[in-house]
Design a protein around this ligand. Structure first.
Ligand code: HEM
Length: 441
């Protein structure tokens, strides 16, 4: 009975405060933390650089996607996130050209324009919800990058369907017990209806692109339509839908949440916002995206936001055979994982780990095993360069254009905790700032 109650309490704590849960387990029992996953084996989770080295250079033939997986009902079995082994290697090779630096820099002006359009809609004195701001901008950007949709109405239709698809998505849908409960059928059928609506939009776009041809087009959809595996075949329609859905979903919420955290911390300690504004001032009213991306303090602010608030709680590999990880003998079905929140707040690596201090990245470049906001090894985030560039361009453009302040009573409150939102971790209360007006030079 005590065991059952403890398990129920653990599940509830993980759902409301996953980072706090891991930290307390580590403080009580040491690193690695070992937990039992309902319906699966043991999960061994570490926050040590040696663990990141072990996991990201581990034996690929023993690693599979961790299941049950919270994103599967939304993204589908053909998503890059959900496939393993040779199929995963082939698919990554096919998708990689869409994420090369040169291509991503081509989206810079879209990123800047989407930010400036948001600022233009604000009135001095109003409250700006930072998550909403981040999501509006990143959705516009990802829709434009994937579909090349310059037409605002079609772009807006996509953005609305994506927001609807994600709104109210419950990661609990991954648990068969939850799915099979009659009382929950509403949630399942709601997700199905939203997926059908979203996929209908994707299908129209695919058909139109096939009809008009992909010649001379730079967007990700055109690239995927013309991409060929080594044997000359292309993606099936089902794979194409799952991959497009994956890019839209994985490609905006992550960046939007990080942007919101960065703006929040910059104004919680207003000296930081002022220092960033000083760095950007010489670039003028409409800074060039490539110039923004090269600013050292702006880059450090983005890196620090990703350190203190990693949006993916666990980077995990499920085992298909025995493997020793962090001194624990694991068997097939068990999972080896690194928790970015533990690693990024490990005091042996990061002095004063709970303080938001961008300068730590100016003073020292962390080793790849000390800093893993994008995971690592053969599954490292395929959109990392895209995400990092977008963070710099959007944050730089908004700081160059607008002035904000945080009301004193908000500044006096503790930093919000992270809790699961849609498919990532986000703040457990709204992050908001007062918009004081546009910058006049
Ligand atoms: C700040 C922004 C982002 C963060 C923090 C982030 C974080 C992550 C993390 C931690 C993983 C798991 C890596 C692993 O298992 O080792 C991942 C995977 C992935 N991300 Fe991102 N991501 C971001 C932006 C993006 C963008 C912009 C896209 C696409 C446009 C994207 C697409 C993906 C995909 C497809 C995977 C699966 C890769 C695979 O399994 O091979 N992400 N991301």
């Amino acid at each position: 009975m005590v065991k059952v109650m403890r398990a129920a309490l653990n599940v509830a704590t993980v759902a409301s405060d996953p980072e706090g849960f891991l930290r307390r387990q580590k403080d009580l029992f040491g690193d690695p933390v070992v937990v039992r996953v309902p319906g699966s084996g043991r999960m061994v989770i570490s926050g040590k650089p040696e663990a990141a080295r072990e996991l990201f250079s581990g034996p690929l033939e023993l690693f599979a996607v961790a299941r049950p997986n919270m994103v599967e009902p939304l993204l589908g079995p053909g998503s890059l996130i959900m496939i393993d082994g040779e199929a995963h290697r082939r698919e990554r090779r096919l998708l990689a050209p869409a994420f090369h630096g040169e291509r991503i820099r081509g989206y810079g002006e879209t990123m800047r324009a989407a930010t400036v359009a948001q600022v233009a809609g604000w009135q001095a004195g109003q409250t700006v919800d930072l998550l909403e701001f981040g999501q509006q901008v990143t959705l516009r950007v990802i829709v434009r990058a994937i579909f090349g949709v310059a037409d605002e109405t079609r772009g807006a239709r996509f953005a609305a369907a994506t927001a609807k698809l994600l709104h109210g998505y419950s990661a609990k849908l991954v648990m068969p017990a939850y799915r099979n409960t009659v009382g929950r059928l509403g949630a399942v059928s709601r997700l199905r209806a939203r997926l059908a609506e979203f996929d209908a939009l994707l299908t129209t776009e695919i058909e139109q692109r096939r009809a008009s041809g992909v010649e001379g087009r730079e967007d990700i959809l055109s690239l995927l339509l013309s991409a060929r595996y080594e044997d000359g075949s292309g993606l099936s329609d089902g794979e194409l839908l799952d991959e497009l859905r994956t890019m839209v979903v994985a490609g905006h919420e992550t960046t939007a949440t990080t942007l919101a955290w960065a703006l929040y911390h910059l104004h919680r300690e207003p000296d930081l916002a002022a220092r960033l504004a000083d760095e950007l001032a010489p670039l003028g009213d409409h800074p060039d995206p490539a110039d923004l991306a090269a600013q050292p303090y702006l880059g450090a602010v983005c890196q620090e936001a990703l350190r203190l608030h990693p949006v993916v709680p666990i980077v995990a590999r499920q085992l298909v055979g025995p493997w020793r990880y962090q001194g624990v003998d694991l068997v097939a079905g068990d999972t080896a994982a690194v928790a970015p929140s533990l690693l990024h707040r490990n005091p042996e690596v990061w002095p004063e780990p709970f303080v938001f201090r961008p300068d730590r990245f100016v003073e020292r470049k962390p080793k790849p095993t000390e800093y893993v906001p994008f995971g690592g090894g053969n599954r490292r985030c395929i959109g990392a360069t895209f995400g990092e560039y977008e963070l710099r361009v959007v944050l730089g453009s908004v700081i160059a254009a607008a002035r904000f302040s945080m009301p004193a009573d908000d500044r006096a409150r503790a930093v919000p905790r992270a809790r699961p939102t849609n498919i990532t971790l986000g703040p457990n209360r709204a992050l908001a700032l007062r918009f004081d007006g546009v910058v006049s030079r």
